[in-house]
Design a protein around this ligand. Sequence first.
Ligand code: SAH
Length: 348
Amino acid sequence: MKLIYDYTQEQLIDEFLEMGEKKFRATQVYEWLYRKNVTSFDEMNNLSQDLRKKLNSIYCCELLKIKEKQVSSDGTIKYLFELNDGGLVESVLMIHEYGRSLCVTSQLGCNMGCKFCASGLLKKQRNLTAGEMVNQVLTVMHDTGERISHVVVMGTGEPFDNYDAVMNFVRIINYAKGLAIGARHITISTCGLCDKIEKYADEGIQINLAISLHAPNDEIRNQIMPINKVYSMDRLRESLVYYIQKTNRRVTFEYILLKGINDSLSHARQLAHYMRGLNAYVNLIPYNAVDEHGFQQSNIEDVEAFKNELLRLKINATLRKEHGRDIDGACGQLRAKKVGEAKNGNFC
Ligand code: SAH
């Protein structure tokens, strides 16, 4: 069975033409799926019985199975979904003043090996398809009965290691006559695959780019993020200069403060130096401790001092509000737990 959510509008039209169906039928199906939010072909009552039957025999439009759901006292909901092949993925819904934002998973596991991250505890098994990402959005909208206004591709996985599917995902949720999630409300976060950053710059889409930087110099970044040995911070900066020139958009740096590793005032100065002249700002992130890794969250005084040093040096910096502290907050934690339990019974 093919997953209907895998197709952009143009791709679905091509599929329908190949099946000998009219182009406008594809548009109708697309509207049912993304405008009228139905989850079965049988409900698409402007299609003939025959076509509905045909679609039922070729495509699947089922939502994801919700395996587990954790609701935090601040309203954050963490979902654990089961895919058709039994793979487990996490999505996190965060409630903000400006809307509802969903953090979407792009791969089953991750190969980037960042030392502080729970996702890397489990190696990549496979990429998710565009439709499996779309389905995270649809399933959460159905479960909560509320529209999702913002999407961040910041769940498990490296989106630029699954480039084509992630770009299709973005096109599908951005489609104006469908879910219509605004490009400026969509953010892709990468650990810094520079060739893909440059490709992304050439796409001409107004989606946001966030870079997981987490270090002020190559020495520290090499230790905590293996990708830095492939693309150094200078190389990363070059690709960002290209991106900013091409898109005229501001880049976000994510910077997790790790106690005693990257959180001193001198680190803040090095970071400011790195960012000088770039149209970028820093989002400082309190570390969500992952038991297996041994890193600790920086003291709040050090975090404040770090931020103030950046501000003094005229670098834009904000401190990210923590969501879902009382549930398995860190990326990949819930999934790592569950997969681990399933594998050896006593992962945690
Ligand atoms: N691979 C992509 C997206 C997934 S990670 C990337 O690297 O950006 C999403 C963000 O969460 C990254 O900035 C990542 O570094 C951060 N992160 C990972 N583990 C974390 C933890 N334990 N606490 C806080 N942030 C974490």
